[in-house]
Design a binder for this molecule. Structure first.
Ligand SMILES: *Cc1c(COP(=O)(O)O)cnc(C)c1O
Length: 386
């Protein structure tokens, strides 16, 4: 593995970045399911594409290098990556999850894994002391997101990893919102990083994919076995798209964050806005912790309008920014967590963790900042109840 010191270079040249045979500067799309064997037991390194495919392998080597892990694994979606990682656990085990965990992760635990008597507890990862008291004998792992969707709650990853390791837990961090360009959970003590690469890593809203990176050889062997056994692998063409997206991550992310900081500033001063949730805004929850563990606050912002603004009319009045699920693409998107991304979380739990019906989540794109601001401003103006 190459191990370039600077992130911008590693994104482009890291892992396996060229084709050794022809010198092509891009890894070819090996669109094949199987490989000819030269005799019984004489394989050229590949036997079947669920087990291994050169295009997928290039992506897996790249993400492992970017996250500073031992091995990477590519899956057909973020949920497939999380499912594979959680398959390390057994019946009778319990996993702790941050209160604002991604809705799909919550649904997987509460409605699929619960069939196997493998359960979860919503834990207070924002307060390491309280968190420690929630670790019972059956707890074997914790899933952290920082910042966590949609209130951009920051968890001190090193502190939680330290407490968790004292109790022998596996520390899993979903790094989708930050990407390795802004935050490296393995360096902060995590054992496994997972991604919905559908978001910033792909970056163009054109591929659904997931990645996992592990910190030890032992975990690498286990995940490789699970990946091959459960089969949720990423195809060669999608692997190629993801490699292509990752090459521009640094320039995209710099612009995403530049725009997000301007928008958070604007919203925080706007009379129509009740609350702004953005870890890059000084004075926000977790601002200091986030600054210690990440390069900046990222580009996801949530906010609430005052009661005299109609949020449905806000969504309908937006012209540039689209109302859509997902995030992390070049285009700005808004969503309504209560009915969209977090709808699978029961209303009482939603309310308890602060996901109100007035909450709006904005994935800041890389369009011209003035154009985004003008659009948000006119939509807010139109949504005021007269
Ligand atoms: C989207 C998302 C997922 C799920 O990923 P898919 O690619 O949609 O399966 C998991 N975690 C977070 C934080 C996400 O935003």
């Amino acid at each position: 593995m190459s191990n370039f010191k600077n992130a911008e270079t590693a994104l482009i040249h890291g892992g396996i970045s060229i084709d050794e045979r022809t010198g092509a500067v891009n890894v070819p799309i090996y669109q094949t399911s199987t490989y000819k064997q030269d005799g019984l037991g004489k394989m050229r390194g590949y036997e079947y594409s669920r087990t291994g495919n050169p295009t997928r392998e290039a992506l897996e080597a790249l993400i492992a290098e970017l996250e500073g892990g031992v091995a990477g694994f590519a899956f057909g979606s973020g949920m497939a990556a999380i499912t594979a990682v959680l398959s390390l656990l057994h019946s009778g085990d319990r996993v702790l999850i941050s209160s604002n965990v991604y809705g799909g992760t919550f649904r997987l635990l509460s409605r699929v894994f619960d069939h196997f008597d493998f359960t979860y507890t919503i834990a207070d990862t924002e307060h390491p002391d309280v968190y420690e008291s929630q670790i019972t004998d059956d707890v074997k792992a914790v899933i952290i997101e920082s910042p966590a969707n949609p209130l951009m709650t920051v968890t001190d990853i090193s502190a939680i990893a330290e407490v968790s390791h004292r109790h022998g837990l596996l520390v899993i961090v979903d790094n989708t919102f930050m990407t390795p360009y802004l935050q490296k959970p393995l360096e902060l003590g995590a054992d496994i990083v997972v991604h919905s690469a559908t978001k910033y890593l792909g970056g163009h809203s054109d591929v659904v994919s997931g990645l996992a990176v592990v910190s030890t050889k032992e975990l690498a062997e286990k995940i490789a076995f699970i990946q091959n056994s459960t089969g949720g692998v990423l195809g060669p063409f999608d692997s190629f798209l993801l490699i292509r997206g990752i090459k521009t991550l640094a320039v995209r992310m710099d612009r995403h964050v530049y725009n997000a900081e301007k928008i958070a500033e604007f919203l925080s001063k706007h009379k129509a806005v009740k609350n702004v949730y953005y870890p890059g805004l000084s004075g926000s929850q977790g601002y200091e912790t986030n600054r210690r563990q990440a390069k900046n606050g990222g580009a996801m912002i949530s906010f609430e309008l005052h009661e005299n603004y109609d949020i449905n009319s806000f969504f309908e009045s937006l012209e540039l920014v689209s109302l859509a699920e997902s995030l992390g693409g070049v285009e700005s998107l808004v969503c309504h967590p209560a009915t969209m991304t977090h709808a699978s979380i029961p209303a009482d739990i939603r309310k308890k963790v602060g996901i109100t019906d007035g909450l709006i989540r904005l994935s800041v794109g890389i369009e011209n900042i003035e154009d985004i601001l003008v659009d948000i401003e006119q939509a807010i103006a139109k949504s005021e109840r007269k």
